[in-house]
Design a protein around this ligand. Structure first.
Ligand SMILES: [Zn+2]
Length: 341
């Protein structure tokens, strides 16, 4: 047990205890705070064989965005509970590896800050320089850890939490021919968004046809959905995005497909419905009213399950040959109408 009474950590440890016979549980690193240490858990289930596809779920990267961690924990809990009776889930796990890092930045959650305890924004901290102008401060800055969106010192290795994420992603996801990552955040805009790389450049990624095909099967299965699928660069460019970094790492091995997605739960709607939230630092990033909190969890947990199924069945929807070309053309038209082909 950890030294802190961090509710999300207590909840996570309770679920890990309930599911331990089916889970591989690792403390990927420990974060030091004056009051004690906090573990960063990495949890895996399913078939560890390198031939099977994998999916990873990440939450709590920004300490203020607790709802992201809670969505990931809620999904983990539902899987652990279903393992007791759901034989279709057991069958799925024979051909899928699933990993979870629900609380990547427990120090930030404990302190109520976006950044980690060193003041570093983990989503600005990777060794990636933006290819074009980024928004002032928000795109990542090296002026001061006291200002938001601090990248850390130039030339230093990444923060301990990011190094832990990279190790787990490289071992569990990039080692396979197909994998997806879903990193759950909140706080941007009034709509729920699914972002894919890049954040550092307006240029398209090499696996645009695969993202487009994934979007297509998602729309087919969820025609009442409310998510906007788009490259992060449509909203703003940043330095140091961790998923840009890991996506580029994945490209070092030919024939591997790694699709990192960021779920940005649109929180301005929660504020609009309850303007008093504006006066609470947590309120801007998290639904404060219990029924709204429940609704957010209910809405997004099925989304995470959809991505698990999509990873598992990737050979049935991943385009090749002419189909891939068709997806490429449609994707460029849809997302990059002005890009040179
Ligand atoms: Zn965030």
């Amino acid at each position: 047990m950890s030294a802190f009474a961090l509710p999300q950590l207590t909840e996570l440890e309770r679920i890990l205890d309930a599911g331990k016979s089916h889970l591989q549980i690792e403390v990927a690193c420990e974060v030091e705070l004056p009051a004690g240490r906090l573990p960063v858990y990495a949890i895996a289930m399913g078939n560890p064989a390198p031939e099977v596809p994998a999916i990873g779920f990440f939450g709590g990267v920004h300490g203020l965005e607790r709802i992201g961690a809670e969505v990931v924990i809620a999904y983990l809990q539902s899987l652990v509970m279903r393992l007791q009776w759901d034989n279709t889930l057991h069958r799925q796990l024979e051909s899928l590896r699933i990993v979870f890092m629900p609380l990547v930045n427990p120090g930030g959650i404990a302190l109520g800050t976006r950044a980690n305890p060193n003041g570093v924004d983990l989503m600005r901290n990777a060794p990636v320089e933006a290819a074009a102008k980024v928004p002032y401060l928000m795109g990542g800055q090296r002026i001061s850890a006291r200002l938001p969106w601090y990248r850390g010192l130039a030339g230093q290795e990444m923060e301990i939490e990011n190094r832990a994420v990279c190790r787990v992603v490289e071992r569990e996801l990039l080692s396979r021919t197909f994998s997806i990552a879903v990193d759950c955040h909140s706080g941007f805009g009034a709509r729920d968004r699914l972002w894919f790389p890049y954040a550092y450049t307006p240029a398209p990624i090499a696996h645009l046809p695969e993202v487009h095909a994934l979007k297509e099967i998602f729309l087919q299965a969820h025609n009442h959905h409310r998510y906007i699928f788009e490259p992060q660069s449509h909203q703003y460019l940043t330095h140091g995005d961790l998923w840009d970094h890991l996506y580029r790492r994945s490209g070092e091995q030919a024939g591997r497909v790694f699709l990192p997605l960021t779920l940005e739960m649109g929180s301005w709607i929660w504020v609009k419905k309850n303007p008093r939230q504006l006066f609470s630092r947590h309120g801007i990033f998290n639904p404060l009213i219990e029924h709204r909190h429940q609704r957010v969890l209910r809405r997004h947990v099925p989304l995470l399950d959809f991505f698990s199924r999509a990873a598992c069945g990737n050979q049935l929807w991943r385009p090749d040959g002419e189909q891939r070309q068709r997806h490429m053309e449609q994707a460029l038209q849809h997302w990059y109408p002005r890009a040179p082909v």
